[in-house]
Design a protein around this ligand. Structure first.
Ligand SMILES: [Fe+2]
Length: 180
């Protein structure tokens, strides 16, 4: 069937089949992190995977299971294609903006939970900071790293009270681990 004669959904089906075919030519591996969510600490060896997939190579570069990124992605592309949720980040940055805070603070608010929405929940301040450190001012990545711990310490001088919600979420006795 010619492209012109196909309906939109037929074209979508064909594209999906083409993508699956391309994926079938490559071995897409899973990181250890993937299994940890099910309590498994294990990794498939490269040789085992090659033996199970004769004639195929490992998938390198862009992963076609994910929405395609432009050649030179900017932050907005990550917001649109790689973040599972953006409302909390946008709301936080909007508050900072409305209160006339500095551009650095607005950016830190916009990125503070980037670890949670795109990578990992535990120690998300640390991991989020690692992701952005090469691209932002040091103060911004510092703020992202430390918010994970500092949010548990009320600061009257800064007008920051301990969030009621944290009592419900983490229990009344929760204190961050010293390493955090
Ligand atoms: Fe956070």
């Amino acid at each position: 069937m010619s492209q012109a004669a196909m309906t939109l959904s037929e074209r979508a089906d064909e594209l999906e089949e083409q993508m699956m075919h391309e994926l079938n030519q490559k071995i897409a591996t899973k990181s250890v992190l993937f299994g940890m969510a099910d309590g498994k600490v294990e990794i498939q060896s490269g040789n085992d995977l090659l033996a199970k997939n004769p004639g195929k190579y490992f998938l390198m570069g862009a992963d076609k299971r994910l929405p395609e990124m432009p050649e030179k992605p900017t932050l907005i592309d990550f917001f649109q294609r790689r973040f599972a949720s953006t409302a909390h980040l946008l709301q936080s940055a909007k508050h900072a903006l409305k209160n006339g805070l500095s551009e650095k603070t607005v950016l830190a608010c916009l990125l503070h939970d980037i670890g949670v929405v795109s990578f990992i929940r535990c120690d998300h301040g640390y991991w989020g900071a690692q992701m952005i450190a090469p691209y932002v001012d040091e103060e911004v990545s510092w703020a992202v790293r430390t918010h994970q711990a500092l949010r548990f310490f009320p600061d009257a001088a800064a007008g920051y009270a301990y969030p009621e919600m944290y009592l419900k979420l983490f229990g009344p006795d929760y204190r961050p681990e010293p390493y955090i």
